[in-house]
Design a protein around this ligand. Structure first.
Ligand SMILES: CC(=O)SCCNC(=O)CCNC(=O)[C@H](O)C(C)(C)COP(=O)(O)OP(=O)(O)OC[C@H]1O[C@@H](n2cnc3c(N)ncnc32)[C@H](O)[C@@H]1OP(=O)(O)O
Length: 110
């Protein structure tokens, strides 16, 4: 069986979560100007399947900045390979914490 799909050709949810985590991590590192780690992922919902060959796009934005943490809303969208049809397949709220070289939380800064 392919590593990223089930027997019916649907992408595993974990593959999408990984993509979304990576996207949120990019946003967090950029905002924190340094290393940031995932501390929580909330509100995950899978609304539609993704098939092999679909185009997947991931969008994220920071919705809150705390002292050391950032909340990032992430959505994944699918476009059918041979059509303009798109739909949101999943969304989640990620919390990242900026950390220092010892792995301890550090202020995100202004
Ligand atoms: C296991 C893995 O490999 S998972 C993938 C990668 N992620 C990791 O490795 C992270 C592992 N976790 C850790 O190292 C630690 O939990 C840390 C460094 C992220 C946080 O350390 P803590 O001692 O819990 O820090 P602390 O209690 O001071 O909280 C830091 C911030 O995170 C926030 N926070 C902590 N836990 C949560 C949570 N479950 N949900 C939302 N926010 C949280 C706090 O509110 C605080 O935010 P603020 O400073 O903006 O007010």
């Amino acid at each position: 069986m392919p590593a990223d799909t089930n027997a019916y050709g649907d992408i595993f949810g974990g593959w999408l979560v990984s993509l979304m985590d990576a996207a949120a991590g990019l946003i967090a590192a950029r905002r924190a100007k340094g290393r940031a780690v995932t501390v929580a992922m909330d509100g995950m919902q899978f609304l539609h399947p993704v098939k092999v060959g679909d185009e997947v796009s991931v969008y994220g934005e920071i919705t809150r900045v705390g002292r050391t943490s950032m909340t990032i809303q992430v959505e994944a969208w699918r476009r059918l390979r041979e059509s303009e049809d798109t739909c949101k397949v999943t969304e989640a709220v990620f919390t990242f914490v900026a950390i220092d070289e010892n792995g301890r939380p550090r202020p995100v800064g202004g």
